[in-house]
Design a protein around this ligand. Structure first.
Ligand code: B12
Length: 216
C-alpha cells in the first residue's frame, strides 16, 4: 500500500467515526515513514473539514460529528507525541483558548498541536474561556501571543473584549484570532494583530508576530 492510499483510508475512517480502527491506521502510516506532520495535514485535518461540510449539507448530525471527533482524537493520540518529540528552539509562548460560551474544541486543538510542533510553548486554556482569563494567564506567564478561537458568530464577539483589555492594560502581548466565522476583515475591525486561516497558517502567523516582537 502506498502513502497516498493509507492517508486516504485514515481520512475516510475518521469521517466514518470508526475510532477503533484509527489508532492502528495512524501507526501504520508512521511505520511507513509518512512524516507525522503530513499525516495531520493530509488525513486528520481534511477529514474534520469534510465532516463539517457533511453537517452543513444535512447529511451528518451531532452524534456522527462526535464519533468523528473521537476517531480524530484517537488518531491524534498516536501522532502527537511524535510531533512534540522534535527538539526545537522555543519559538515563543502562546496562551490559547476558545471564546466564552463556545465549546468547539477540534480546531483549537489542531492549532495547539501545530504550534507545539512548530516549537511554541502552548498554554491551552480549553473552551468557554472568559476574556479576563486570557488576560490574567498572559500576564502571569509573560506570554508573547494570545491565540483566540471561535466557531460561532455569537461567541466571536469575545475576541473584541480581549483586544480591548490588552490595549487598556497596555500589554505587549499580540492577539491572533481564527475559527470558522472569523476572517481577516473581522480581525482588522476589532484591532487584532493577526488572523490565521487554519492550523498550519497559525504557525506562520505566530512566527511573523514573533519577528515583530523581537524586532521592536
Ligand atoms: C463539530 C461541531 C460541533 C461539535 C463540537 C465538538 C468539539 N469537541 O469541538 C458539537 C456537536 C459539540 C457542536 C455543538 C454546537 N454547535 Co457546532 N459545529 C461543529 C461543526 C460541524 C464542525 C466544527 C469543526 O470541528 N470543524 C473542523 C475544524 C478542524 O475546523 P475549525 O474549527 O474551523 O478550525 C480550523 C480553522 O478555523 C482554524 N482555527 C480555529 N481556531 C483558530 C484559532 C486561531 C488563533 C487560529 C490562528 C486559527 C484557528 O484552524 C483550525 C484547523 O485548521 C461546525 C460546522 C462547520 N462547518 O464548521 C458546527 C457549527 C460551528 N456549530 C454550530 C452550532 C450552532 C452549534 C450548537 C449551538 C448546536 C446546538 N444547537 O446545540 C452547539 C454549540 C455549543 C456551544 N455552546 O459551543 C454552528 C455555528 C453557527 C454560527 N455561525 O454561529 C456551525 C457553524 C454549524 C452550522 N452551520 O449551523 N458543534
Amino acid at each position: 500500500m502506498g502513502t497516498k492510499k493509507i492517508l486516504e483510508i485514515l481520512k475516510q475512517t475518521i469521517i466514518d467515526g470508526n475510532r477503533k480502527a484509527t489508532p492502528a491506521l495512524a501507526q501504520k502510516a508512521i511505520d511507513m515513514e509518512v512524516p507525522p506532520y503530513t499525516i495531520v495535514t493530509d488525513a486528520c485535518s481534511p477529514a474534520m473539514a469534510e465532516v463539517g461540510e457533511l453537517y452543513q449539507q444535512g447529511e451528518y448530525f451531532v452524534p456522527e460529528i462526535l464519533m468523528s471527533a473521537k476517531a480524530f482524537e484517537s488518531a491524534m493520540a498516536i501522532i502527537e507525541p511524535l510531533l512534540k518529540s522534535k527538539k526545537l528552539e522555543l519559538a515563543g509562548t502562546v496562551v490559547l483558548g476558545v471564546c466564552e460560551g463556545d465549546i468547539h474544541s477540534i480546531g483549537k486543538n489542531l492549532v495547539a498541536t501545530m504550534l507545539e510542533a512548530g516549537g511554541f510553548n502552548v498554554i491551552d486554556l480549553g473552551t468557554d474561556v472568559p476574556a479576563k482569563k486570557f488576560i490574567a494567564t498572559a500576564i502571569k506567564s509573560n506570554a508573547d501571543i494570545i491565540g483566540v478561537s471561535a466557531l460561532m458568530t455569537t461567541s466571536m464577539i469575545g475576541m473584541k473584549d480581549i483586544v480591548h483589555m490588552v490595549k487598556e492594560e497596555g500589554l505587549g502581548v499580540k492577539v491572533m484570532v481564527g475559527g470558522g466565522p472569523v476572517n481577516q476583515e473581522y480581525a482588522d475591525s476589532i484591532g487584532a494583530n493577526a488572523y490565521g486561516r487554519d492550523a498550519m497558517d497559525a504557525v506562520r502567523v505566530a512566527r511573523n508576530l514573533m519577528e515583530d516582537i523581537r524586532g521592536s
